[in-house]
Design a protein around this ligand. Structure first.
Ligand code: IPE
Ligand code: IPE
Ligand code: MG
Length: 259
């Protein structure tokens, strides 16, 4: 099965198709999956996959920025990933520190602004510090937004939004009838992304075909692509291929084809 899909990936038809630079998806969200399997295939510890995956984050950030993507959201750690062995969790908590300690100058050079969404306060103090510093150090960049979902879970996000809206109703600042989709969106963690809050394209690597508690509200009309490569093997060409595939889709948003 995997053989077949890897073959399909090299399909000459898709390789000969050119990317349309006028129709680059504004917001691309990626579920970076398959680090552990990438490592295990090489008889390496799972964390070696996370280390290599960090290099992929750098490559894809620069590639997306060069293509003119407005927002790149990367799912780095879910609210469910705490279930993993503490040694792996600890390693994952170190990664943002390592990532930003070497990569912030490149981000600034490429005019990329770091943002983060999730329950950041539950991360170790040093991880929070690294993330907050990167956000501050890139605050004046006005190119692509690199948005990390860290200790993020969409059910947690929606639950918090409901709590905030309920509190506003209780305080009498809004009436239940005033609650609409726009108001709900304003209470989600993607609200700071403004008009680009909803991804145009969601990519999940490693062949798994599920959402795993990612952006449940925001993905309502996103195009979904599940690609076979494990995240450490995903590269600028894979990204281009995904965008070309996206450009061949017809988004209808519930309307009709020729509208
Ligand atoms: C994705 O790779 C990274 C995180 C979830 C943090 P995995 O660690 O899930 O790799 P697999 O899915 O076990 O191969
Ligand atoms: C989703 O991957 C979370 C991240 C990529 C951060 P998982 O590997 O945790 O998802 P499941 O467990 O396969 O659904
Ligand atoms: Mg996984």
């Amino acid at each position: 099965m995997e053989e077949k899909r890897l073959f399909a990936k090299k399909d000459p038809v898709s390789e000969n198709m050119a990317i349309d630079m006028e129709r680059i998806p504004h917001h691309i969200a990626i579920i970076m999956d398959g680090n552990g399997r990438w490592a295990q295939k090489r008889h390496l510890p799972r964390v070696a996959g996370h280390k290599q995956g960090m290099q992929t984050v750098k490559t894809i950030t620069i590639a997306a920025s060069n293509l003119g993507v407005k927002v790149l959201t990367l799912y780095a750690f879910s609210t469910e990933n705490w279930k993993r062995p503490s040694s792996e969790v600890n390693y994952l908590m170190q990664l943002p520190i390592r990532f930003f300690s070497t990569f912030v100058p490149d981000l600034v050079k490429n005019n990329v602004r770091v943002m983060v969404m999730g329950d950041i306060q539950r991360l170790p103090a040093k991880t929070q510090q690294a993330v907050n510093d990167a956000v501050a150090d890139t605050a004046n960049c006005d190119g692509m937004v690199l948005n990390f979902a860290l200790n993020y879970g969409s059910r947690d996000e929606i639950t918090r939004a409901v709590q905030e809206v309920a509190a506003a109703v209780q305080a009498g600042t809004i009436s239940p009838e005033a609650i609409d989709e726009e108001l709900v969106s304003q209470h989600l963690m993607t609200a700071p992304l403004g008009e680009f809050a909803d991804p145009d394209l969601l990519i999940r690597t490693s062949g798994e075909e599920r959402i795993s508690n990612f952006l449940l509200w925001q993905l309502a009309y996103s195009e979904l692509e599940f690609v076979p490569e494990h995240w450490p093997d995903f590269d600028a060409e894979s990204l281009k291929r995904a965008i070309i595939e996206f450009q061949g889709r017809h988004r209808r948003f519930g309307g009709l084809k020729n509208e």
